[in-house]
Design a protein around this ligand. Structure first.
Ligand code: MN
Length: 287
């Protein structure tokens, strides 16, 4: 996944967050107060606290006491990982995954991971790195980078491996179909092993179908927002299919019945995307 700098910041994502915002007068950073009073753009920015906090946390305000609006705009433009759009309507995966779950999952959970990732890396060298590079060395960074970088990547993958036209088995012409037969014996065996990994992941996490450096498929699961790209993962590889087994992914429709949700997930798997990811990870494999 290539990094997508935000063309513009979607401020509406922050508007529901009511935190105790200090007024400019109460602000304990004199430089910040001075700038806020001077520049209208900063007065409105101040009200969108999470983004403002990114600037404060990064030391931007201290380092740029005399910054002009353009300098600030450039800073925001360049710092952000962008929440990817959902590639279909919220209701597109019904009845398997309900619209309300999709709306909250994308608009609140995934947006939250994205914003917090941006906050965690603001002003650091990680701003210039791809998410894959960040995850490959994640053990060196903060818990916030691990949790939110993982959350950003995992959900970005998750939306694309589902489709309203998905489900069933991959067609025989797809490389992924041949690889599944080669490494699991049959599609049924693969389905069983993947479903078991999803069902037995204790607490919140993900189940994955991955390909390793020798073009062999394997199934694994990870806790929380970890994934197999991370240097601290138990089994490392390139994820090409993942299912989110956090309760927020299924609770509204399935309550505690995680196996039913995983079974429904098989009705929406976008095998075209999975085989594309498989081919990208293994250029030249079985061509
Ligand atoms: Mn999730």
């Amino acid at each position: 996944m290539t990094r997508q700098p935000a063309e513009r910041v979607n401020w509406s994502l922050f508007s529901s967050k009511k935190t105790s915002i200090r007024s400019p007068e109460q602000n304990t950073f004199p430089n910040v107060s001075k700038i806020i009073h001077k520049l209208p753009i900063l007065r409105s920015l101040f009200k969108k606290l999470p983004q403002f906090r990114c600037l404060q946390a990064s030391g931007f305000m201290k380092k740029n006491a005399n910054c002009q609006p353009d300098c600030l705009k450039n800073f925001i433009k360049n710092m952000a990982f962008k929440l990817p759009d959902l590639p279909y309507a919220f209701a597109a995966l019904e009845p398997h995954i309900d619209a309300r779950t999709m709306e909250i999952h994308h608009g609140k959970h995934h947006a939250g991971y994205t914003n917090k990732l941006n906050a965690a890396i603001a002003g650091t060298e990680l701003e210039d790195q791809s998410i894959e590079d960040i995850l490959a060395n994640v053990s060196k960074y903060s818990t916030a980078v691990r949790n939110n970088g993982g959350g950003f990547y995992n959900h970005s993958l998750f939306w694309t491996v589902m489709s309203p036209d998905g489900g069933g088995e991959p067609s025989a012409q797809m490389n992924i179909s041949k690889a599944i037969e080669r490494d699991f014996g049959s599609f049924e065996n693969f389905k069983k092993e993947f479903s078991t990994a999803a069902a037995t992941r204790f607490g919140s996490g993900w189940a994955w179908l991955c390909t390793d450096s020798k073009d062999k498929l394997f199934i694994t699961s990870t806790p929380n927002q970890d994934n197999p790209l991370m240097d601290l993962a138990e089994k490392k590889g390139t994820p090409i299919l993942g299912v989110d087994v956090w309760e927020h992914a299924y609770y509204l429709n399935y309550q505690n019945r995680r196996p039913d949700y995983v079974s429904a997930f098989f009705n929406v798997i976008n095998w075209k995307e999975v085989t594309k990811r498989y081919n990208d990870a293994n250029p030249g494999a079985m061509q």
